[in-house]
Structures are given as structure tokens and as C-alpha cells.
Design a protein around this ligand. Structure first.
Ligand SMILES: *Cc1c(COP(=O)(O)O)cnc(C)c1O
Length: 393
């Protein structure tokens, strides 16, 4: 038996108390029922501005029906990693469908968008290489950089000129990779993909773009920001997720056949992780049908987001440079963000507070995620509640 003085994890309680004191302690809440614009969280009915289910697809019965049907046919668990015996027909169909949807030669499924990002970067860069990363990139891209053991250079947010200058000194590396979100998940702004593509070409670098929040939302066909800006052909590695606007789960990489073959051989989260359950892939197929059949959903969402952003600016809120369905209310200090979130929750509205380390110090905010499921009344109620609480300066 262990002696009572040996408590190697005792430090954790102290660290948690310190987080609590700084207003940075996070706690889990439990949702009851489906993901829709109205949810019950920890027993409380709330209008939900805190989901990435941008097209209101996650709770759609068609996804559940597709999953149930696939489970009946192919069973649930995949049983093994794709390269052993886990790659089933449903995965192959979805990969072909994603390649077709994205207009690329090939696609590869991962069990999450996080795994796709981390796996792709670490497979494309290694010791002797360099990765250039936007300062506001998602954690999964950053972790991919770390795992790659390549040198990492962080450039100021969206600053392609600075990147260009940094890259003039990168000629001695074996390979160069630029990695960026297309739609930044905390600020809701867009990466200058056209300029980044030019910089990549000038310096003979690969360009990897994570469309996690843009897939299904941006572009004439819902392929993302690269489609919107007409620069898809300039991007070597495009990554998306099935778990946000597509309402299912999992991530994917699209690009050339040789890129995909390389990832099958070298992306460790692909090689060493069990393939996603086939019903998850079937649900994503059903979601892609909805994206194709309902272009008005994404168009309406973005129009309404623009309207809401203008209203908020008119009422004195600092919303940064958002150009999307993600609208931050930047308040500064964590305690203010948390206070505002609590006050909204008391009024039946959920808008999550985003604090360091998710955002830089001094940029604590509330993040409004607008979806196609929000009615005019819900948005009006949000504006009214925010009006009572006033912009925090
Ligand atoms: C959510 C997110 C991911 C991860 O996707 P999951 O499928 O949820 O793992 C990757 N990149 C960005 C920018 C994200 O916001």
C-alpha cells in the first residue's frame, strides 16, 4: 500500500485553485437532448449561441437515419486502423464524395479535425524544415508544428508582408510549409489566402489551409474560404472537419493523389488510430447532401451574421475584424467576459466566454456563434439582453 505522504498528484489541486482565482477555471456542463438552437444545459433552458453547428444539421433526423441504416449494414466499430482492416466501404464512399465536393483528386478521412491537422503537418515537415504559422492558428495546427520537430516561425496575425520578409531568410531549409486557418475560430476573420498563395509561390513553399469553420458555410458551393476567394488551385493541402457545419464528426484532408498516398503512409494519427465508425461517415454523407441541396441556408446565415455584426457595432461593441458567422464581443479581462456570460445565461442566453490561453491576454471575449437555426426572435432577444448589459469598455 502507498504511504500517506506519497501524493504525487497533490500539486494539481493547488494549480486548479490558482486557475479559479484568476477566473480561468473551466468546468463541464452537460447538455440534455439534441444539438439545436434551443438546448437544456445543466437543467437550464437556453438559446444556444455556443455551437459550431452552423447549418443546424447536427440534430437533423436525416443524419441520425443515415447513421442507423449504416450501423445496420456495416455495424458500429471499425475494429482497427484503416491500414489494417478498419477501412470500410462507407469510408471509401465518403472520401470519393469529399474529393468530388472539393474538386480535388483525392481525400482522406481522420477521426477528428484535430488529428487531421496535427497529422498532416507532422507528415509534411520534419527536422531540417521550417513551418510558418499565423499567430492565431488553431491549437491543432500548433501541435502539428511541435510534433513535426521542424523549426517553427510564428508570423503576426494575417500579416503576409511580414511572412514574406521572414521567408526571405528561410532558403537554407530543406522544405518550407505555411500553415493557416482560413476562418479564424476566435476572431471570425478571414486569412488573406490569395496573398499567402503568392508568398508561398515566391518562396517555393507548401501552403496548408484549415477550413474547419468555413466548410459548408463559405463559397458558392460551400467548400470554404478558398472557394470564396477563387484560390483553391493555389492551396496544396486543404483540411476540413465533418464536426462543425457538417454536424457529424471527423476530419479530412483533400489534395493530390500523391499527397493523400503520403499521408496514408506517414500521418501518425491516421496510421495509429482506429478508423471512425462507419455510421459517422454515413451521417457526414447525408450532411453533404443537405449542403448541396440547401445553398440558401449558408447564404442566409452569412447575410444575417453581417446584419448582426452591424447592429453590434452600432451599439458600441468591439467585434474586431469578423467577416463571418463567428462574432466576438471583445471585452478584455477574463472576469468581465465571465460576468457578461453569466448575466446573459441568467436571461436564458448562452454565449460562451473565451479566455486565455484560448485567446491572448487582454483579449477575453464572448463568442457568438450564429447558426441557421437561430430565429429573428432569438437574435432580437440577444440584442436586447446585450443592450441591458451595455458594452463593457
Ligand atoms: C474545431 C477545429 C478543429 C478541430 O476539428 P475537430 O473535428 O473538432 O477535431 C481544427 N481546426 C480549427 C480551426 C477548429 O476550430
Amino acid at each position: 500500500m502507498r504511504s500517506s505522504t506519497h501524493q504525487p498528484l497533490a500539486w494539481i489541486d493547488g494549480e486548479l485553485a490558482a486557475l479559479e482565482e484568476q477566473g480561468l477555471r473551466r468546468r463541464l456542463a452537460t447538455r440534455i437532448g439534441r444539438q439545436t438552437a434551443r438546448i437544456v444545459l445543466d437543467g437550464r433552458k437556453l438559446v444556444n449561441f455556443g455551437s459550431n453547428d452552423y447549418l443546424a444539421i447536427a440534430g437533423d433526423p436525416r443524419l441520425a437515419a443515415a447513421a442507423i441504416e449504416a450501423a445496420g449494414r456495416e455495424g458500429w466499430g471499425s475494429g482497427a486502423s484503416p491500414l489494417i482492416t478498419g477501412h470500410v466501404k462507407g469510408h471509401r464512399r465518403l472520401e470519393r464524395r469529399l474529393a468530388e465536393f472539393e474538386g480535388t483528386e483525392a481525400a482522406l478521412l481522420f477521426s477528428s479535425g484535430f488529428a487531421a491537422n496535427a497529422g498532416a503537418i507532422a507528415a509534411l515537415a520534419g527536422p531540417g524544415d521550417v513551418v510558418f504559422a499565423d499567430r492565431k492558428n488553431h491549437a491543432s495546427l500548433l501541435d502539428g508544428c511541435r510534433l513535426s520537430r521542424a523549426d517553427v516561425r510564428v508570423y503576426p496575425h494575417g500579416d503576409w508582408r511580414r511572412l514574406d520578409a521572414l521567408m526571405t531568410r528561410a532558403g537554407r531549409y530543406r522544405r518550407r510549409l505555411i500553415a493557416t486557418d482560413s476562418l479564424f475560430s476566435m476572431d471570425g476573420d478571414l486569412a488573406p489566402l490569395g496573398e499567402l498563395a503568392e508568398v508561398a509561390e515566391r518562396h517555393d513553399a507548401m501552403l496548408l489551409v484549415d477550413e474547419a469553420h468555413a466548410t459548408g458555410v463559405f463559397g458558392p458551393n460551400g467548400r470554404g474560404v478558398a472557394e470564396l476567394l477563387g484560390v483553391e488551385d493555389c492551396i496544396d493541402v486543404r483540411i476540413g472537419t465533418l464536426s462543425k457545419a457538417l454536424g457529424s464528426a471527423g476530419g479530412f484532408v483533400v489534395g493530390s493523389r500523391s499527397l493523400i498516398e503520403w499521408l496514408i503512409n506517414r500521418a501518425r494519427p491516421y496510421v495509429f488510430s482506429t478508423a471512425m465508425p462507419a455510421p459517422v461517415a454515413a451521417a457526414a454523407m447525408a450532411a453533404l447532401d443537405i449542403v448541396r441541396e440547401r445553398p440558401k441556408r449558408r447564404q442566409g446565415l452569412l447575410a444575417r451574421a453581417e446584419w448582426l455584426a452591424n447592429e453590434l457595432v452600432g451599439r458600441g461593441w468591439n467585434i474586431g475584424n469578423t467577416a463571418s458567422q463567428i462574432i466576438p464581443l471583445i471585452v478584455g479581462e477574463p472576469a468581465e467576459a465571465v460576468g457578461l456570460a453569466v448575466a446573459l445565461r441568467e436571461r436564458g442566453i448562452l454565449v460562451p466566454a473565451i479566455r486565455p490561453p484560448t485567446v491572448p491576454d487582454g483579449e477575453a471575449s464572448l463568442r457568438i456563434s450564429l447558426t441557421a437555426g437561430h430565429t429573428k426572435q432569438m437574435i432580437a432577444a440577444l440584442l436586447e439582453a446585450l443592450g441591458e448589459l451595455g458594452p463593457v469598455r
